[in-house]
Design a protein around this ligand. Sequence first.
Ligand code: HEM
Length: 227
Amino acid sequence: MSKPDVTAHSLPPRLHPLPLRIMHWINALAIFIMIGSGWKIYNDDVIFGFLHFPDWLVIGKWAQYGLQWHFFGMWIFVLNGLAYISYGIATGRFRRKLFPISVREVFATIGEALRFHLRHDDLTHYNAVQKVLYLGIMLVGILIVISGLALWKPIQFSELAGLFGSFQTIRLVHFLCMSAILAFILVHVTLALLVPQSLVAMVTGGPIVDEGQRQAAPAAPEIEATP
Ligand code: HEM
Protein backbone atom coordinates (compact mmCIF):
# COMPACT_ATOMS: atom_id res chain seq x y z
CA MET A 1 0.00 0.00 0.00
CA SER A 2 1.47 3.40 -0.97
CA LYS A 3 1.99 6.06 1.75
CA PRO A 4 -0.27 9.17 1.66
CA ASP A 5 1.42 12.27 0.20
CA VAL A 6 1.60 14.43 3.32
CA THR A 7 3.74 17.08 1.61
CA ALA A 8 0.72 18.28 -0.30
CA HIS A 9 -0.87 19.27 3.01
CA SER A 10 2.18 20.52 4.98
CA LEU A 11 2.92 24.25 4.93
CA PRO A 12 5.92 25.35 2.82
CA PRO A 13 8.87 26.64 4.92
CA ARG A 14 8.79 30.40 5.33
CA LEU A 15 11.59 32.88 6.08
CA HIS A 16 10.13 33.43 9.58
CA PRO A 17 8.46 30.16 10.68
CA LEU A 18 5.24 30.46 12.68
CA PRO A 19 6.75 29.54 16.11
CA LEU A 20 9.39 32.25 15.63
CA ARG A 21 6.79 34.88 14.74
CA ILE A 22 4.63 33.97 17.72
CA MET A 23 7.62 34.18 20.08
CA HIS A 24 8.77 37.47 18.53
CA TRP A 25 5.43 39.20 19.09
CA ILE A 26 4.96 37.70 22.58
CA ASN A 27 8.41 39.08 23.37
CA ALA A 28 7.44 42.55 22.10
CA LEU A 29 4.34 42.50 24.34
CA ALA A 30 6.33 41.25 27.35
CA ILE A 31 8.96 43.98 26.86
CA PHE A 32 6.20 46.61 26.70
CA ILE A 33 4.79 45.38 30.04
CA MET A 34 8.24 45.06 31.63
CA ILE A 35 9.39 48.56 30.67
CA GLY A 36 6.11 50.33 31.52
CA SER A 37 5.82 48.64 34.92
CA GLY A 38 9.59 48.97 35.57
CA TRP A 39 9.30 52.74 35.17
CA LYS A 40 6.51 52.81 37.77
CA ILE A 41 8.68 50.90 40.26
CA TYR A 42 11.65 53.17 39.45
CA ASN A 43 9.58 56.31 40.15
CA ASP A 44 9.09 55.12 43.74
CA ASP A 45 12.84 55.40 44.44
CA VAL A 46 14.63 57.11 41.56
CA ILE A 47 18.29 56.49 40.70
CA PHE A 48 18.75 59.84 38.94
CA GLY A 49 17.13 62.79 40.73
CA PHE A 50 16.32 64.51 37.41
CA LEU A 51 14.54 61.50 35.92
CA HIS A 52 10.88 60.71 36.74
CA PHE A 53 8.65 58.95 34.25
CA PRO A 54 5.29 60.68 33.71
CA ASP A 55 2.19 58.85 34.96
CA TRP A 56 0.75 58.48 31.45
CA LEU A 57 3.83 56.48 30.39
CA VAL A 58 3.91 53.96 33.21
CA ILE A 59 1.94 50.77 33.90
CA GLY A 60 0.35 50.40 37.35
CA LYS A 61 -1.53 52.98 39.37
CA TRP A 62 0.65 52.45 42.48
CA ALA A 63 4.17 51.01 42.82
CA GLN A 64 2.68 47.76 44.18
CA TYR A 65 0.57 47.35 41.04
CA GLY A 66 3.65 48.16 38.96
CA LEU A 67 5.48 45.37 40.78
CA GLN A 68 2.70 42.89 40.09
CA TRP A 69 2.68 43.79 36.40
CA HIS A 70 6.47 43.46 36.39
CA PHE A 71 6.35 39.90 37.79
CA PHE A 72 3.58 38.97 35.36
CA GLY A 73 5.65 40.28 32.42
CA MET A 74 8.77 38.63 33.84
CA TRP A 75 7.35 35.11 33.54
CA ILE A 76 6.23 35.72 29.97
CA PHE A 77 9.59 37.28 29.04
CA VAL A 78 11.71 34.53 30.67
CA LEU A 79 9.69 31.50 29.49
CA ASN A 80 9.26 32.91 26.00
CA GLY A 81 12.96 33.91 25.87
CA LEU A 82 14.04 30.38 26.90
CA ALA A 83 11.76 28.92 24.21
CA TYR A 84 13.20 31.32 21.58
CA ILE A 85 16.84 30.57 22.47
CA SER A 86 16.19 26.79 22.57
CA TYR A 87 14.37 27.01 19.22
CA GLY A 88 17.14 29.10 17.64
CA ILE A 89 19.81 26.62 18.75
CA ALA A 90 17.86 23.38 18.11
CA THR A 91 16.72 24.31 14.59
CA GLY A 92 20.11 25.77 13.62
CA ARG A 93 18.46 29.16 12.89
CA PHE A 94 20.99 31.12 14.96
CA ARG A 95 23.89 29.35 13.24
CA ARG A 96 22.41 29.97 9.78
CA LYS A 97 21.17 33.53 10.21
CA LEU A 98 23.47 35.12 12.78
CA PHE A 99 26.84 33.53 11.93
CA PRO A 100 29.50 34.01 10.76
CA ILE A 101 30.02 37.69 11.60
CA SER A 102 32.93 39.45 9.92
CA VAL A 103 34.34 42.57 11.59
CA ARG A 104 35.19 43.97 8.15
CA GLU A 105 31.57 43.52 7.07
CA VAL A 106 30.33 45.24 10.26
CA PHE A 107 32.40 48.34 9.45
CA ALA A 108 31.42 48.23 5.77
CA THR A 109 27.71 48.05 6.72
CA ILE A 110 28.06 50.94 9.20
CA GLY A 111 29.73 52.96 6.40
CA GLU A 112 26.85 52.18 4.03
CA ALA A 113 24.32 53.17 6.71
CA LEU A 114 26.11 56.49 7.36
CA ARG A 115 26.04 57.23 3.63
CA PHE A 116 22.35 56.21 3.52
CA HIS A 117 23.26 53.41 1.10
CA LEU A 118 22.10 50.56 3.31
CA ARG A 119 19.96 48.11 1.33
CA HIS A 120 17.70 45.45 2.77
CA ASP A 121 16.09 44.12 -0.39
CA ASP A 122 17.12 40.53 0.39
CA LEU A 123 15.05 39.76 3.47
CA THR A 124 16.54 36.28 3.76
CA HIS A 125 19.95 37.65 4.71
CA TYR A 126 20.74 39.69 7.84
CA ASN A 127 23.53 42.22 7.34
CA ALA A 128 26.50 42.26 9.74
CA VAL A 129 25.06 45.09 11.87
CA GLN A 130 21.74 43.26 12.24
CA LYS A 131 23.60 40.13 13.34
CA VAL A 132 25.56 42.09 15.96
CA LEU A 133 22.42 43.88 17.18
CA TYR A 134 20.34 40.69 17.43
CA LEU A 135 23.07 38.79 19.27
CA GLY A 136 23.79 41.84 21.45
CA ILE A 137 20.16 42.28 22.45
CA MET A 138 19.98 38.61 23.44
CA LEU A 139 23.00 39.08 25.73
CA VAL A 140 21.40 42.22 27.20
CA GLY A 141 18.19 40.19 27.70
CA ILE A 142 20.15 37.59 29.66
CA LEU A 143 21.90 40.26 31.76
CA ILE A 144 18.64 42.07 32.58
CA VAL A 145 17.13 38.79 33.82
CA ILE A 146 20.22 37.97 35.94
CA SER A 147 20.31 41.45 37.48
CA GLY A 148 16.53 41.28 37.98
CA LEU A 149 16.87 38.00 39.87
CA ALA A 150 19.54 39.55 42.09
CA LEU A 151 17.24 42.53 42.81
CA TRP A 152 14.20 40.35 43.45
CA LYS A 153 15.87 37.77 45.76
CA PRO A 154 19.12 39.35 47.01
CA ILE A 155 19.31 36.87 49.93
CA GLN A 156 18.53 33.64 48.03
CA PHE A 157 20.77 34.75 45.16
CA SER A 158 23.32 36.44 47.43
CA GLU A 159 26.31 35.02 45.53
CA LEU A 160 24.89 36.35 42.28
CA ALA A 161 24.14 39.72 43.92
CA GLY A 162 27.68 39.75 45.31
CA LEU A 163 29.10 39.65 41.78
CA PHE A 164 27.67 43.12 41.11
CA GLY A 165 28.89 44.71 44.36
CA SER A 166 26.23 46.87 46.01
CA PHE A 167 22.44 46.75 45.65
CA GLN A 168 22.55 50.18 43.98
CA THR A 169 25.00 48.82 41.38
CA ILE A 170 22.56 46.03 40.52
CA ARG A 171 19.81 48.63 40.11
CA LEU A 172 22.08 50.67 37.84
CA VAL A 173 23.00 47.61 35.70
CA HIS A 174 19.29 46.71 35.43
CA PHE A 175 18.46 50.28 34.42
CA LEU A 176 21.26 50.44 31.83
CA CYS A 177 20.07 47.14 30.29
CA MET A 178 16.56 48.64 30.02
CA SER A 179 18.07 51.72 28.33
CA ALA A 180 19.96 49.50 25.85
CA ILE A 181 16.75 47.59 25.04
CA LEU A 182 14.91 50.87 24.56
CA ALA A 183 17.63 52.17 22.21
CA PHE A 184 17.52 48.86 20.30
CA ILE A 185 13.72 49.10 19.95
CA LEU A 186 13.91 52.67 18.63
CA VAL A 187 16.41 51.66 15.91
CA HIS A 188 14.75 48.28 15.26
CA VAL A 189 11.22 49.65 14.86
CA THR A 190 12.46 52.61 12.76
CA LEU A 191 14.23 50.20 10.38
CA ALA A 192 11.17 47.94 10.28
CA LEU A 193 9.03 50.93 9.28
CA LEU A 194 11.59 52.04 6.66
CA VAL A 195 11.54 48.55 5.13
CA PRO A 196 7.84 47.71 5.50
CA GLN A 197 8.17 44.36 3.66
CA SER A 198 10.35 43.15 6.59
CA LEU A 199 7.50 44.04 8.97
CA VAL A 200 4.95 42.27 6.78
CA ALA A 201 7.26 39.23 6.71
CA MET A 202 7.39 39.14 10.52
CA VAL A 203 3.56 38.91 10.44
CA THR A 204 2.90 36.65 7.45
CA GLY A 205 6.12 34.58 7.46
CA GLY A 206 7.64 36.19 4.38
CA PRO A 207 8.95 34.48 1.27
CA ILE A 208 9.05 30.71 0.94
CA VAL A 209 12.61 29.50 1.46
CA ASP A 210 14.39 26.39 0.29
CA GLU A 211 14.89 24.22 3.40
CA GLY A 212 18.29 22.92 2.27
CA GLN A 213 19.81 26.15 1.01
CA ARG A 214 17.69 28.55 3.10
CA GLN A 215 17.70 30.89 0.11
CA ALA A 216 14.63 32.66 -1.17
CA ALA A 217 12.92 30.38 -3.67
CA PRO A 218 10.18 31.19 -6.15
CA ALA A 219 6.74 30.55 -4.67
CA ALA A 220 5.69 26.90 -5.00
CA PRO A 221 3.03 26.23 -7.66
CA GLU A 222 -0.48 25.97 -6.30
CA ILE A 223 -1.44 22.36 -5.59
CA GLU A 224 -4.96 21.72 -6.63
CA ALA A 225 -7.05 19.84 -4.09
CA THR A 226 -8.34 16.62 -5.55
CA PRO A 227 -11.67 15.34 -4.35
C1 HEM B 1 6.75 46.68 18.08
C2 HEM B 1 7.98 46.26 18.25
C3 HEM B 1 8.76 45.45 17.23
C4 HEM B 1 8.69 45.42 15.87
C5 HEM B 1 7.76 46.23 14.97
C6 HEM B 1 9.66 44.46 15.39
C7 HEM B 1 9.90 44.10 14.08
C8 HEM B 1 10.77 43.12 13.63
C9 HEM B 1 10.97 42.72 12.26
C10 HEM B 1 10.27 43.36 11.08
C11 HEM B 1 11.93 41.76 12.23
C12 HEM B 1 12.50 41.08 11.00
C13 HEM B 1 13.74 41.83 10.64
C14 HEM B 1 14.20 41.56 9.24
O1 HEM B 1 13.69 40.68 8.56
O2 HEM B 1 15.13 42.26 8.82
C15 HEM B 1 12.32 41.50 13.60
C16 HEM B 1 13.25 40.55 14.00
C17 HEM B 1 13.76 40.46 15.28
N1 HEM B 1 13.36 41.22 16.37
FE1 HEM B 1 11.86 42.56 16.40
N2 HEM B 1 10.32 43.95 16.47
C18 HEM B 1 9.81 44.54 17.62
C19 HEM B 1 10.21 44.31 18.91
C20 HEM B 1 11.32 43.57 19.26
C21 HEM B 1 11.86 43.49 20.58
C22 HEM B 1 11.28 44.22 21.80
C23 HEM B 1 12.94 42.69 20.52
C24 HEM B 1 13.88 42.30 21.62
C25 HEM B 1 14.08 43.02 22.69
C26 HEM B 1 13.07 42.24 19.16
C27 HEM B 1 14.06 41.38 18.71
C28 HEM B 1 14.15 40.86 17.44
C29 HEM B 1 15.08 39.83 17.04
C30 HEM B 1 16.13 39.15 17.94
C31 HEM B 1 14.83 39.56 15.69
C32 HEM B 1 15.51 38.50 14.81
C33 HEM B 1 14.63 37.25 14.88
C34 HEM B 1 15.24 36.07 14.15
O3 HEM B 1 15.38 36.14 12.94
O4 HEM B 1 15.55 35.06 14.82
N3 HEM B 1 12.07 42.79 18.42
N4 HEM B 1 11.61 42.35 14.42
